[in-house]
Design a protein around this ligand. Structure first.
Ligand code: PLP
Length: 395
């Protein structure tokens, strides 16, 4: 062929993380077939959908099989019934949204990856460690990226003072964070919003884990005054309602967001979605609406509470052993410092060999993750309790 490909893909690092984990686990299982492995590396939910969600999906599917209630293409940015349900959820945070600012999608990953389509040449600021999609989607577009590092000192919550050159940029913030579980408080987010307004920057705020917040922390960046003039927020039904396999999320692009030349980002995102996306299926949108109903919230929160209890059990072990960690509250993730100055992979091997526990080495999420380790609360209660006993024995 004589076609050219996007050379920027050559700048994306191959991720060996999960294949390397799989190969070390495979080798260990072959050598020790009797070992009872506990997998706490999992970033996916494990509990089934809430009953009210299943019922809504079934009812909507039945409607699709009847001439009078059959529906064809959905509106590109989502049915009004679901946008209204999202808007009502934001009202509980004291945030008022116009329905035209809400865009329903098949999940946060697609939206995060696709947002680069509407942005031009900008400096990009991304915290480290973090969800790898921000870095890779910008690399695919040939964008310049500056990294701001999380550390034990800043509690894995880098602040604007870690940016070396104060100028406009697209800044990614994930709170509560994957993988560190750390979450910004109101004052810290206010500092970010003020910095963005002062420098003319855009914040892309990923709140995929907001449903895990129990303390008095913001669920949405729009709880901070002025954020509607500098932030896009991406969220998801994946973690809140167990939709990782169902696929539904949303993005808020406020009407007040204007680029340097006055262009409306809301209009651009609408155009982008209308061109390249044909909407989320009707049964899925009805299921998502059910998750946000009063009954749905109760049922979904029961699942979140289950994971939160797992996280608390694990956190108790690290507290009792004096291990430094972030997360464990307001998040399904615990991000711990590997004991005795061990490297991430060294600790991975120790946990696998001595406790038969599989976690995720921190360096897989960025350079600042070296020497740290992610353990998740998405296991069963029984396996989490057993993991706690084993961890207490080896730490
Ligand atoms: N954002 C973060 C921080 C995540 O950790 C994940 C998934 O693990 C996503 C977004 C993806 O969400 P979705 O399933 O809606 O695509």
């Amino acid at each position: 062929m004589n076609i050219k490909v996007n050379d920027n893909f050559k700048n994306i690092k191959e991720t060996y993380l999960f294949s390397e984990i799989a190969s070390r686990v495979r080798a260990y299982k072959e050598a020790h077939p009797e070992a009872d492995l506990i997998r706490l590396g999992i970033g996916d939910v494990t509990l089934p959908l809430a009953p009210v969600v299943v019922k809504a999906m079934q009812d909507a599917s039945a409607e699709m099989g009847v001439k009078e209630t059959f529906r064809g293409y959905p509106p590109e940015s989502g049915y009004e019934f679901l946008k209204q349900a999202v808007s009502d959820r934001y009202s509980t945070f004291g945030v008022s949204l116009d329905l035209s600012e809400i865009f329903i999608s098949d999940g946060a990953k697609s939206d995060i990856g696709n947002l680069v389509d509407i942005l031009g040449e900008n400096d990009i600021v991304i915290p480290d460690p973090v969800y790898p999609v921000y870095v890779d989607s910008n690399l695919m577009n040939g964008n310049r990226i500056s990294i701001i590092s999380g550390s034990k000192e800043n509690g894995f919550l880098p602040m604007p003072d870690s940016i070396t050159e104060k100028k406009s940029a697209v800044i990614y913030i994930c709170s509560p964070n994957n993988p560190t579980g750390a979450a910004y408080n109101r004052d810290q987010l206010k500092e970010w919003v003020e910095y963005a307004l002062e420098t003319g920057s855009l914040i892309i705020y990923d709140s995929a884990y907001e449903a895990f917040v129990v303390d008095d922390l913001p669920h949405s960046i729009y709880e901070i005054e002025g954020a509607e003039r500098c932030a896009i927020e991406v969220c998801s039904f994946s973690k809140f309602a167990g939709f990782t396999g169902v696929r539904c999320g949303w993005t808020i692009v406020p009407q007040a967001l204007k680029a340097e030349d006055g262009t409306s980002l809301n209009k651009m995102w609408f155009r982008r979605q209308a061109t390249k996306f044909n909407g989320v299926s009707y049964p899925v949108q009805r299921a998502a609406q059910a998750a946000l109903s009063e009954e749905g919230m109760v049922q979904c929160m029961e699942n979140i509470e289950y994971y939160r209890k797992n996280a608390a059990l694990l956190a108790d072990v690290f507290d009792s052993k004096g291990v430094f960690y972030t997360g464990g509250r307001n998040s399904p993730y615990i991000w711990l410092e590997c004991p005795d100055n061990m490297g991430s992979w060294e600790f991975f091997d120790k946990l696998l060999n001595e406790a038969h526990i599989v976690g995720t080495p921190g360096e897989g999420f960025g350079e600042a993750g070296e020497g740290f380790f992610r353990i998740t609360a998405f296991g069963t209660r029984e396996s989490t309790e057993e993991a706690c006993r084993r961890l207490a024995g080896i730490l």
